[in-house]
Write a protein that binds this ligand. Sequence first.
Ligand SMILES: [Zn+2]
Length: 432
Amino acid sequence: MPESVLFRGARLVDPASDRDEIADVFVRDGLVARVGPHETPAEALALDCAGLVLAPGLVDLHAHLRQPGREDKETVETGCRAAAAGGYTALAAMANTDPVADNAAVIQEVRALAERAGLCEVHPVGAITRGLAGEELAEFGEMADVGVRVFSDDGRCLPTARQLRMALEYARIFDVVIAEHCEDASLAEGAQMHEGASSATLGLSGAPSQAEEIAVARDLAIVRLTGGRLHLCHLSAAGSVELVRRAKADGLRVTAEVTPHHLTFTDEDLRTYDTNLKVNPPIRSSEDRDALRLGLADGTIDAVATDHAPHAVEEKEAEFDHAPPGTIGLETAMAAVLTELVHPGVLSLTRTIRMMSTVPARILGAAEHGGPVAPGRPANLVCFDPEAEWVVEPSFHSRSRNSAFLGRQLRGRVIHTMLGGELTVSDGKPTR
Ligand SMILES: [Zn+2]
């Protein structure tokens, strides 16, 4: 691996330094050394980036890496390779592993596995409640002491307002973020998809949008009460977007994310009974999808997160009502957002990078990520071809292949990813 790399003639899109211009970016000893016209030093690897976009590496707030416990679906290493292939340099690994990441030992184990793989910086998320059981709070202090910044019982919603109140009060004390999977369990029980005309036609039981909206409304009320910092995972319903919009207007400390699959599909796409479109929260109506797009465009929603959720082939090949919910997403997220939002003119490239890198890095406390791309800063970068068209094939770097995007044509492809000055992906291929 050369010690210095020159990205030559790329379109540098860096919201943190307010740049969108053609530039050379020279990287040496793990750091950005120069931004601007640069001769190629003799010892440097020069990458011709004409026509390509160079940006701070992507940051995912929501990935399930499955290790420890379900290494048949994904490991920290394979998940990080998938992340790098998708242009990510940092990600948050959700706590619903086996054992659950509800203590410092599991947090340190996941972090060590990621460091050994060296493909992506992993920030383990700590569980809010012990064993994700929704009862006693986990050891916030112990996990905060080892650097955990985000706490979540993702996969489940905190059962009571009282627990959320305590969690948000702890969040204030330890200066951390509570990330909530908003779902009223009583309304969502037994649901296979969104409740609406499509679920009636398909004969599948549904969960109404209110299952999410009720939980979002409750959570925002508790933010108002405690002043704790809340992040809302994977919004799916128009009503939720409106609740967040009003909460932000009132100055509440809340952020929200949306997934590429909720921005792309509608419940009508489930007519094929494709289990890869069975996700939680469910893919909802076209009105909901349009509200999510608008929420992203007007800044109500802060970030795009993948909710990368690998599952074994045999699980997803089960009958629809037995298949587990989830789609993988790390390798298609950037291309999906480019295809669905940037190329049609809904989102600018600058806003896209802000929502897939700069803002998630700030929420996660990943200080070395999200830009600015400036001299002296760690070289965590992604370089992509915004125009390259490709069809999503079942040949993923993830150990699983349950992608909602299988068979779809996407426009935009990651070419190089650089983590700490080293190429983790070169010419579209992982380097290790
Ligand atoms: Zn979730």
